[in-house]
Design a protein around this ligand. Structure first.
Ligand SMILES: [Cu+2]
Length: 160
């Protein structure tokens, strides 16, 4: 009995000293865990939500339009993943170089990165990644669509 009591006593003392010793580490661990959580949760949330959707109109008067805006200008973040939902309506001409396209959605310097999309009559949905270099870009229609085609463009501002 006597030995057991002593054992328990030693054990309790050990646990106590461990707890005292462990507290700052445990706090640091908890802080680190919270930090990781704070970093992971918003990105998970964004992931679950999917990319931002931008709706546009490539109209029959051969103009790009942003619903609710006077000027067709969009602002995106560098490297942002964007889901475009573009409704296209045919102009007066169709370009044999762009068969089946009412218009095109093109940024000349970013063609190799997918920024050259054929806009078919009706709804067009596609995902693109914004360039990494901030600045102003011009989205143009390259498919000759009739009167106004040469001026068929809109601005995309890329922020950091
Ligand atoms: Cu056009």
């Amino acid at each position: 009995m006597k030995t057991k009591k002593t054992e328990i006593g030693t054990c309790t003392a050990q646990v106590k000293s461990l707890a005292r010793f462990g507290t700052p580490y445990r706090l640091a661990f908890l802080a680190a865990l919270m930090l990781v959580f704070a970093m992971v949760v918003p990105s998970l949330y964004t992931f679950a939500q999917g990319p931002r959707v931008i709706q546009l109109l490539a109209d029959k008067d051969n103009k790009f339009k942003v619903p609710g805006q006077k000027q067709p200008v969009i602002t995106v973040k560098a490297k942002e993943v964007i889901k475009f939902r573009v409704t296209a309506h045919k102009g007066t001409e169709t370009d044999p170089k762009y068969p089946g396209c009412a218009h095109s959605f093109t940024i000349k310097e970013l063609k190799s990165q997918g920024w050259d999309v054929c806009l078919k009559e009706g709804m067009n949905e596609f995902v693109l990644v914004a360039p990494s270099k901030p600045g102003d870009y011009s989205i143009e229609c390259m498919s000759k669509c009739g009167k106004g085609h040469d001026d068929m463009n809109m601005k995309m501002t890329v922020t950091e």
